[in-house]
Design a protein around this ligand. Structure first.
Ligand code: ADP
Ligand code: MG
Length: 278
């Protein structure tokens, strides 16, 4: 009789192992201890147990995705400081992170000047998607185009396209930073046409759509690309200041044309910025 509670615990352990739930198995003792101590309801205990398993599964999915998706870093919505970027609607971003747009095969375009968090938010969407078990892939426009051009030259374009068409979420970062060759633009157009209405793409750009003709070297093609992209699309315009320069207010004033002070003030400010602090 004395051993009954222990054997119940052992049975639970065996069941969790049988169901391949190592996260819940690891949390079992502490969850049962808090129940024994009268802390919380049975529902709280179940929630804690299942929550531990889900957390472990998501962490494993993320680790696997970081290996296969080429995501450069981990950035999450929780790390994003909305108070720094008042032009952003927190509700819209939180709603996007619930991933309904992936099910509806819609796109997200993040537009804004450098340093406002476009890459951060694109990555946090990709990470949320990876944690939900979807396949994701990240590349800058330059990287993606180079890989397509190389594949074409090596006679492996079909294979490469398959890799980039297949993921439920493709991030195309940094549209507008580097010039693109005509072949490159055509290959990218082809990729986006293949993904149109079959899988979601998150794109970031420091240039408005009106400048995409120049980026892709062809107004007609850029028009057709934008047409497909925005057909089912969430456009997030970020109009704030660069987070990279947030601790360099004076440097920011120098680098931002809107707030550019007179050359004398500018020189004085730069001198002060560089002056030893001791
Ligand atoms: P962009 O792609 O718009 O040029 P990034 O997303 O690369 O900008 O942001 C630059 C750096 O600042 C990154 O390290 C990013 O995580 C951080 N960052 C940008 N905006 C925020 C924010 N609002 N809260 C927290 N970190 C931010
Ligand atoms: Mg960026």
């Amino acid at each position: 009789m004395k051993t009954a509670p222990l054997s119940r615990r052992d049975r639970l352990r065996a069941q969790l192992a049988d169901l391949k739930m190592p996260g819940a198995l690891e949390a079992l003792d502490s969850v049962l201890a808090s129940v024994d101590a009268g802390q919380g309801t049975a529902a709280d205990a179940l929630e804690a147990l299942l929550g531990a398993q889900i957390a472990l599964r998501n962490q494993r999915r993320l680790q696997a995705a970081m290996r296969s998706s080429r995501l450069p870093v981990v950035k999450t919505l929780a790390d994003f400081d909305f108070s720094f970027q008042p032009s952003l609607k927190r509700d819209q971003l939180e709603s996007l992170h619930t991933l309904g747009f992936l099910e509806r095969r819609e796109n997200v375009v993040l537009l804004g000047p450098p340093g406002v968090g476009k890459t951060h938010l694109a990555i946090s969407l990709a990470i949320a998607a990876a944690q939900s078990g979807r396949r994701v892939y990240y590349g800058t426009l330059g990287d993606l185009i180079t890989s397509l051009e190389e594949a074409q030259q090596a006679g492996r374009l079909t294979q490469r396209l398959k890799t980039l068409v297949f993921p439920a979420l493709l991030v195309v970062d940094e549209i507008g930073y580097l010039p693109i060759s005509r072949t490159g633009a055509m290959l990218f157009f082809h990729l986006m046409s293949r993904r149109y209405e079959t899988a979601s793409t998150v794109l970031t750009s420091n240039k408005g759509f009106e400048e995409w003709g120049e980026i892709f070297g062809d107004e007609v093609m850029a028009g057709a690309l934008i047409d497909r992209l925005v057909h089912h699309c969430h456009i997030v315009n970020i109009r704030g200041n660069s987070y990279r320069l947030k601790n360099h207010a004076e440097l920011y004033a120098v680098l931002t044309p809107r707030a550019t002070p007179s050359p004398t003030t500018r020189r004085r400010r730069i001198n002060r910025q560089e002056a030893p602090t001791s």
